[in-house]
Design a protein around this ligand. Structure first.
Ligand code: ZN
Ligand code: ZN
Length: 402
């Protein structure tokens, strides 16, 4: 028996004694939850200025998804080059090919690019939910497809063996994610250009975060339809390409290098920001833990609370609209912390709060304001409304060994 367990038993014994003595009607005041890890080991965080921002789309369907139209892989890759996307994951439905993504999407001669980082993945399309896989290298997707109807314990074993990043797609409504969220590295909190339909996904995200799951929020356009090359190729869905296509929304990752693995790692670490489109401002969220004027951590990072005040900074980078007012909504532990305004060429808002010394705390940010034109997807701006972007949380006292 180790010291920690001894200490825990002693604490519980003391709590029980205290209960007997006080004999309050509800008696829970001194309860010690044996599952709480009171001394989490927090890994060191990487230097703030030592990465690079890469932008892309994590949910796109090519012609290998049967219900798509006018969307060959070459069209998607060329569009990414035109719009300056650094990476993309083509996530075709796996049920259309009985799990054999490797001999369909990945074997397509068009599945190559010198400049755009093409992740390996697919949309795991099952009766109890849709999820995307993101991988820097090819993996045996067939095994994940084959295990889809088994119990989660079997699914989780296969997922672990494959070493993949699994992410829930559009988690509410029909095709909600009906598996354990404990298998996930991330959650699609912004699906397609219609931000307004994501409210339940964001609610699920906050519930998962509030229960101690450090789960990255990401975007995905879920685009299926490209612009037809000739008018006679148009389908009833072709008009979607004018409103929802690659980059609506755009997911930014703060990566250690310009590699596929670094994109997946940044996604797993939560160093992620989601913007309405590739030209819209990027929300960045930092904290100065000891108030020495230097930034110590950024979104996705998890640190131990000292019980002292922390200075947080929200900033918008990129194409901000000068002299426009941006609305910054700060969410703390799933509830509203405050709504603030920021203006100027490079809008910044700073606030101070003291995360509890015991227990978990997280802060995340949503920014609204003027829309940004997306010339290649001309109707996107109108559909996005005033949603600009969102950050991932900064975490305090989350258990890294969870
Ligand atoms: Zn889906
Ligand atoms: Zn999809």
């Amino acid at each position: 028996m180790n010291f920690k367990l001894n200490a825990q038993i002693t604490r519980r014994a003391l709590a029980m004694v205290a209960l007997c003595v006080s004999s309050t009607a509800f008696g829970q005041a001194n309860h010690v939850n044996p599952w709480i890890n009171e001394n989490p080991i927090i890994p060191p965080t990487a230097g703030i200025g030592k990465g690079l921002w890469l932008k892309g789309d994590l949910h796109v369907h090519s012609r290998h998804s049967k219900e798509s139209s006018n969307n060959p892989i070459a069209k998607i890759v060329n569009f990414c080059k035109t719009t300056g996307m650094d990476y993309v994951c083509i996530t075709d439905h796996d049920n259309h090919v009985n799990g054999d993504v490797a001999h369909n999407t990945w074997a397509d001669p068009e599945f190559k690019s010198e400049s755009v980082l093409l992740l390996y993945g697919a949309e795991w399309t099952t009766t109890r939910g849709h999820g995307n896989v993101f991988s820097a290298v090819p993996y045996d997707h067939q095994r994940l497809f084959d295990v889809r109807d088994q119990r989660d314990v079997a699914v989780g074993t296969v997922k672990k063996q494959l070493g993949i990043h699994l992410s829930a797609n559009h988690p509410s409504g029909k095709d909600h994610f009906g598996y354990s969220y404990d298998m996930l590295g991330s959650l699609e909190v912004w699906n397609s250009v219609l931000w307004s339909k994501n409210a339940e996904a964001v609610m699920i995200w906050d519930d998962m975060l509030s229960s101690g799951r450090k789960l990255t929020g990401r975007g995905g356009s879920d685009a299926h339809h490209g612009v037809p090359d000739k008018p006679e190729l148009a389908t009833p869905n072709s008009k979607q390409a004018q409103a929802n296509y690659v980059g609506t929304p755009t997911t930014w990752v703060f990566a250690t290098a310009r590699t596929k693995q670094a994109v997946v790692d940044a996604l797993t670490n939560g160093r992620v920001s989601v913007s309405a489109n590739p030209y819209a401002p990027r929300v960045e969220f930092y904290a100065d833990l000891d108030q020495d004027g230097k930034t110590d951590v950024m979104m996705g990072d998890n640190v131990k609370s000292t019980g002292k005040p922390v200075k947080f900074r929200v900033q918008l980078s990129g194409n901000t609209v000068a002299d426009s007012a941006y609305t910054i909504k700060v969410v703390k532990n799933g509830g509203p912390f405050g709504t603030f305004k920021a203006t100027g060429k490079s809008p910044v808002y700073e606030f101070t709060d003291t995360p509890e010394i015991t227990g978990r705390t997280y802060y995340r940010v949503v920014v609204e304001g003027p829309g940004t034109d997306y010339p290649q997807v001309p109707q996107a701006k109108a559909l996005n409304g005033n949603m600009v972007g969102l950050s991932n949380p900064i975490y305090f006292n989350f258990d890294p060994n969870f």
